[in-house]
Design a protein around this ligand. Sequence first.
Ligand code: UD1
Ligand code: CA
Length: 454
Amino acid sequence: MVERSLQIILLAAGKGTRMKSDQPKVMHAIAGRSMLGHVLALAERAGASDVAVVIGPDMDNVRAEALAHMSRAQIYIQEQQRGTGDAVLAARGAIAAHDGDVLVLYGDTPLIELETLTKLRDALADDAQLAVLGFHAADPTGYGRLLSDPDGALIAIREHKDASAAEREISLCNSGVLAFRGEHLLSLLERIKNDNANGEYYLTDTVEVANGDGLRAVAITCPEEEVLGINSRTQLAQAEAIYQRRARQKAMDGGATLIAPETVWLSYDTVIGRDVVIEPNVFMAPGVTIADGALIRANCHLEGAQLGRGVKVGPFARLRPGTKLAAGAFIGNFVEVKNTTLGEGAKASHLSYLGDGVVGARANIGAGTIFCNYDGFNKARTTIGEGAFIGSNSALVAPVTIGKGAFVGSGSVISKDVSADALALSRAAQEEKPGWAAKFRTMMARRKQRASGG
Ligand code: UD1
Ligand code: CA
């Protein structure tokens, strides 16, 4: 069989007024990535050689988002929203230049699985010139209905508003995803009309035109949840829930223990190794990688962090972008780490801020240590050598370097570099006055007695 190239046309011209947002609908995120980003990632995985994104006028941010995810995407503008058929025609230049299969996807339908797209393409490879992705809707109201003949060929798609009472009884609906043998597409699109209840050019009418030409159209089905279209904040939350359920399942299938999976929030790019244990209530924003055997204790927030083998984090830790923890490092409760690397076995067990620094292997950062990395204008770096010991409640005023094996006494404010194996102290020397407290108590008791006239 000759391998046919794939073009994907992604419709994203809708404003999505029901989102009640200043952002176009496709800019809204699921698991830390815009819906548009999700669909473009799917297009990439599907092996599309050619991707055209149809946006509305004044959608520069959508254009930028599309190009950020896929620099080779071609952007087309649909000047007026005259229907899905008109939207696909906005990418006429791309269609005319392409030879192979064409798949139409919607920017607001981000949960489709790759296997489902493969099935649609397989239908084209068999004997169909047009394949529609359908699903059995729990409530078909509002969807286009798939009308088939007794041999299973698809003869038309009837939009809800235009459907008869009998047609409305059909629960097999159009997801919006259509696949075409590209050589027929422009000719089909040019012949659709807008004589329907909405006065729009319906992409779905290509099915009837194709049948009139003696071409074969078929329907392929998938579960309803894959083709959930997002029109409102409620549906956005439903899509997030579906995505999270899948991502947690993938993590567990990969050998991670999620004690309460429904309370662990993952991002689209979270990577989790084997024998990782994640306790309840953990949120992972984008950019998190967790190597084998790590333990993430309850109530942590992680973003842009790389965790090595066997690290322990939390409970109640915050790892911000640029955190790198080498194997066996430990970040304990109420510790915030940003743009800082910890070497193997290094520890910060309690109540600290480590920002813009490097901590050597096996160094120990005492409770309440602060890397003072910001002077109101610039950020500066703190470097701590291997095996160094930073006493509790120390402030390290960056830029500053603590040598290998050095000690910093508790409560110090360190603003000058400390040599290897030295002790640095910068707190006031301790004084002791023998018997002072006992004398003080006696004196105060007498005074009180006199004042009360005793
Ligand atoms: C469409 C289908 C319907 C299907 C449903 C699935 C048509 C005519 N109808 O209906 O059969 O059951 O999706 O959700 O195709 N868009 C543009 N430009 C336009 C019009 C739409 O870019 O001029 C984009 C929208 O942004 C959206 C998508 O195309 O992403 C679908 O458009 P919408 O108007 O929501 O179609 P439905 O009426 O839901
Ligand atoms: Ca819709």
